[in-house]
Design a protein around this ligand. Structure first.
Ligand code: DGT
Ligand code: CA
Ligand code: CA
Ligand code: ZN
Length: 592
């Protein structure tokens, strides 16, 4: 966890603490503002201070939303690793009570009542209180609310042990960096579900090639991220990592140290999946070979230890696949979903992308001015950029009404005329209302170059209602893309559960592309959905939904998810050049 996100959590807690214990409501709002600023900041707050500690307080205060108090607290945290006020707060409010606030449907008022009147301190208590019927009887609760809370609680408990990829990857890269920098390490990589690109990660798996495992082990066990040592052996060890100072689930990390000559075999074994490895071993058995973390060997009988024996292949994964007469299978595909039987496919890659088709500016809730967002797209060599700010119903996101939209579109088109290298599309992210109607009239949508239609509210609809809702949106002739179709949040919110087969086949017939929203908190469509969308003949848009510059860097999360869904270059509209995109969007999308 970065310093910014650690501090973000602390300021959120200070704000919630006021709601939970009483106190000045204005201060709560100002803590929230600081938390939001920290969330959106592209620069590490630690580096702002480190640049020149003498003037740090003044420079922090120059940031919008940071007053004297907040600046002092931030500096205190950077100096001491804690904020006194927060430490005191935790003496009065158990950490797990703050976690309850993360459950959709539970606001600070409700949590306060549950905690103070019913003694509910954590998810287990909450479940028991609900089952006893006590929660239903509280003011402002009622049967329906309690049912929703229970649903969300089930979802969170099932997911809670797994860490979202958006949190796991930065941490893993930091540790790979430490391993790579260590004296005795030749190569270091992460493996496991993270390398396969799953949207949540059970634990982190690292592999380091080295001829001096003892020295590497000492380095690993001594890393500042380590909270607790779970196991320490000659060639492997396990630790629990702290997820930063403030909170979050702890992540376990396993490290295997292997000789350089067998790195490929170890990578293959520990990348998994287990099911993929089982298939590979079946192929081996037919040839009277065996495959394990030390390599591919002749003979099927189990040996206690293949370490040090001469393998048929072991150094690289490619060599092993080749020896088995298989093409190189990218990690994202290694799930035993037919990847071994099928010929190699031309999976989409990040280098193929030349269009961002869903992005926000300061016209709604984005932080980039038009010129700034264009610069971001040009920096990445993109040839098309669709500006899609929110529509009027998204009040919290400062959604545009018809008049503001028209003015914005005009500004976009004016700027577009001055730009040669890129097509700027005047678009909108139009809300799909609860009944599937769109937030703007057809006549307004018809004026635009690009329409992304997305659900933002009523995400707990019954499946049948959700299906009807999304079908209606997909039937609108002006819609180009169905944005984050289910509205799920990774590990947080299940989102809509419509009949996706119906939606995909209609989208395919209507020429509406389905989005993979690349924001790691969304990753919506999910990988398996992509696969089935493709089976129905859909096109896919991989969009970052950028609100700030760094969101453009989320693209790789979307690519990984799409690759796990077997997306090829040609089926991804973001890989198309401007001529092809123009031809598609301005006609010829639908089957005759
Ligand atoms: P996770 O951590 O739950 O997100 O999922 P993975 O896939 O990272 O699973 P993990 O950490 O238990 O193990 C990492 C890889 O090691 C796994 O994908 C395949 C390999 N592996 C682990 N246990 C076994 C096993 O019993 N048999 C085989 N063939 N491979 C295993
Ligand atoms: Ca793992
Ligand atoms: Ca593991
Ligand atoms: Zn958006």
């Amino acid at each position: 966890m970065t310093t910014n996100s650690e501090l973000q959590i602390i300021f959120e807690r200070l704000a919630s603490g006021i709601a939970l214990r009483g106190g000045n409501q204005f201060r709560a709002v100002s803590h929230q503002r600081v938390a939001r600023l920290l969330r959106d900041m592209t620069k590490d707050v630690g580096s702002i201070v480190a640049d020149d500690p003498g003037t740090a307080e003044a420079r922090l205060q120059a940031l919008p939303g940071i007053g004297k108090g907040a600046a002092r607290r931030i500096i205190e945290y950077l100096d001491t690793g804690e904020i006194t006020e927060h430490t005191e707060l935790l003496e009065h409010v158990p950490e797990t009570v703050f976690d309850l606030l993360q459950i959709p449907g539970l606001g600070p008022k409700a949590v306060k009542t549950l905690w103070q009147d019913l003694g509910v301190e954590n998810a287990t208590d909450l479940r028991a209180a609900i089952e006893s019927g006590k929660v239903e009887d509280l003011p402002r609760m009622g049967k329906k609310t309690v049912e929703n809370i229970l649903k969300n609680l089930d979802f969170n408990t099932k997911q809670h042990a797994r860490v979202p990829i958006g949190k796991a990857l930065p941490l893993a890269l930091q540790i790979v960096g430490r391993l790579e920098a260590a004296d005795n390490v030749k190569e270091a990589h992460y493996a496991g579900s993270l390398r396969r690109g799953r949207d949540t990660i059970g634990d982190l798996d690292f592999i380091a090639s080295t001829s001096k495992p003892a020295a590497v082990r000492e380095m690993f066990l001594g890393m500042p991220e380590v909270k607790e040592i779970i196991a320490s052996g000659e060639t492997k060890c396990s630790v629990r990592l702290k997820q930063g100072g403030a909170t979050g689930v702890d992540i376990q990390a396993d490290l295997r140290m292997v000789p350089p000559a067998v790195l490929g075999a170890a990578m293959m074994y520990f990348t998994g999946s287990k099911e993929h490895n089982v298939r590979l071993r079946e192929i081996c058995v037919k040839r009277k070979w065996r495959l394990n973390e030390y390599g591919l060997f002749e003979g099927t009988e189990e040996r206690p230890q293949d370490e040090g024996k001469k393998p048929l292949a072991a150094k690289t994964e490619r060599q092993i696949y080749q020896k088995l007469d298989l093409p190189y299978i990218p990690p994202e595909l290694r799930e035993d979903r037919g990847e071994i039987q099928s010929p190699s496919i031309d999976l989409v890659e990040i280098g193929h992308i030349q269009a961002e088709l869903h992005a926000h500016t300061t016209a709604s809730d984005g932080k980039m001015e038009l010129e700034e967002i264009v610069e971001q797209a040009l920096d990445r060599g993109f040839t098309t950029l669709a500006i899609t700010d929110h529509s009027v119903s998204s009040v919290l996101a400062n959604g545009l009404d018809a008049a503001r939209l028209a003015k914005h579109a005009k500004a976009i088109r004016r700027l577009n005329e001055q730009l040669d290298q890129i097509d700027l599309l005047a678009g909108v992210e139009v809300d799909i209302l609860v009944d599937g109607s769109l937030d703007f009239e057809d006549a307004i949508l018809a004026e635009l170059d690009w329409v992304v239609a997305s659900p933002h509210v009523s995400l707990q609809q019954e499946p049948q209602e959700a299906t009807d809702r999304l079908l209606r949106a997909v039937d609108n002739p002006h819609v180009h893309v169905l944005g984050h179709p289910t509205g799920r949040k990774v590990g947080r919110r299940a989102g809509l559960a419509p009949n996706l087969d119906l939606i995909f086949s209609r989208a395919s017939a209507n020429g509406v592309a389905m989005e993979v929203n690349a924001n790691p908190t969304r990753l919506d469509l999910r990988a398996q959905h992509v696969r089935s969308a493709l089976e129905h003949g859909c096109l896919i848009a991989i969009d970052t939904d950028a609100h700030v510059p760094r969101h453009f860097d989320y693209l790789h999360f979307g690519i990984t998810t799409a690759r796990r869904g077997w997306l090829t270059k040609d089926q991804c509209i973001n890989t198309w050049d401007r001529e092809r995109l123009t031809a598609w969007r301005s006609g010829g999308r639908r089957e005759e």
